[in-house]
Design a binder for this molecule. Structure first.
Ligand SMILES: Nc1ncnc2c1ncn2[C@@H]1O[C@H](COP(=O)(O)OP(=O)(O)OP(=O)(O)O)[C@@H](O)[C@H]1O
Length: 236
């Protein structure tokens, strides 16, 4: 349903994303991994409309995304969270969620998501009084409140301990089951990605070097060499 065809982005002489093509199916949980500077955040920024590609095209359910702003894409069903948190700091948890909920005309699953992500007792707290993990979970619930077709998560497990990361993985599986939206997840925690995702796309120097199941990815020689020095098999 989300299709990328030959998408590229250059910043001056830096080819951040090179000729990327793939299809993200409805309800799929897809991981996006790659070494630092591989182009992961740039790719998410291109899909969400914060950046315009230098070349290539994208469609959502067959509808071309070219020329559509980030705001319009959010309305069409492309939601995201950010590597650097972007909650409204002085609004309460509930107000943060409501901003998205009303923009989307009300998403039925939001109350259940609030409970699933452990925010029910924190609805009146100011967002900037929350722990880092809770702010990350709030961003996810806010994304879900848009009723998305695709929810892109930029490093959702960053700063979380092992226990929190495992709980996050279980909650994201809940999202996939209940909301039926596709998840597109960037993270440096390979164990988290390998356990969570059905399929994984690997970027290196802007280009897709591999795509497949977690098992295929850990055995792929190109991936192993891109992650030289890291035992990705042992992480899975
Ligand atoms: N606005 C920009 N202007 C110039 N260069 C940029 C810009 N944004 C990204 N880049 C460059 O594009 C390349 C890809 O960066 P990007 O942040 O997408 O990688 P990443 O895989 O998300 O990295 P990380 O894992 O460290 O977050 C890098 O070389 C980066 O320096």
């Amino acid at each position: 349903m989300l299709e990328l065809n030959g998408v590229s982005k250059s910043f001056g002489g830096v080819h951040a994303v090179r000729d990327v093509s793939f299809v993200l199916e409805q309800g799929e949980v897809r991981g996006l991994i790659g070494p630092n500077g591989a182009g992961k955040s740039t790719l998410v920024n291109l899909i969400s409309g914060l950046l315009a590609p230098t070349a290539g095209s994208m469609t959502l359910d067959g509808l071309p995304l070219k020329g559509k702003s980030a705001h319009q894409r959010a309305r069409l069903g492309i939601a995201r969270t950010f590597q650097n948190l972007r909650v409204f700091p002085s609004l309460s948890v509930e107000q943060n969620i409501d901003v998205a909920r009303y923009a989307a005309g009300g998403a039925p699953l939001v109350d259940a998501a609030i409970a699933e992500f452990g925010l029910r007792d924190k609805l009146t707290a100011r967002a900037n009084a929350l722990s880092y993990g809770d702010q990350r979970r709030l961003e996810i619930v806010r994304g879900l409140a848009l009723g998305p077709k695709v929810l892109m998560l930029d490093e959702p497990a960053a700063g979380m301990n092992e226990e929190e990361t495992a709980a996050l993985g279980a909650s994201l599986r809940w999202v996939q089951r209940e909301a039926g939206c596709a998840l597109f997840v960037i993270d440096h925690d390979l164990k988290f990605i390998m356990t969570l995702c059905d399929r994984i796309t690997v970027l290196d120097m802007g280009a897709v070097i591999a795509e497949g199941s977690p098992q295929e990815i850990t055995q792929n020689p190109k991936v192993i060499s891109a992650y030289l020095g890291e035992d990705i098999g042992a992480e899975a």
